[in-house]
Design a protein around this ligand. Structure first.
Ligand SMILES: [Zn+2]
Length: 54
């Protein structure tokens, strides 16, 4: 049986920002360093999983 599990965290390859998925809010929450607010974040996860445009 194969279960597709969405990623629970992601990190930007460019500025180092780290997010964790918040199930309660159905949204990403910044963890630690917020990174560069002007960065066009390049997340280290599959780009097809994007519930919203940041
Ligand atoms: Zn970034």
């Amino acid at each position: 049986m194969v279960t597709i599990t969405p990623p629970e965290d992601r990190r930007c390859e460019r500025c180092g920002r780290k997010d964790c998925w918040d199930d309660g809010n159905d949204n990403w929450t910044v963890v630690g360093d917020h990174g560069n607010p002007f960065c066009i974040h390049e997340w280290n996860i599959n780009g097809t999983y994007s519930p919203f445009e940041a």
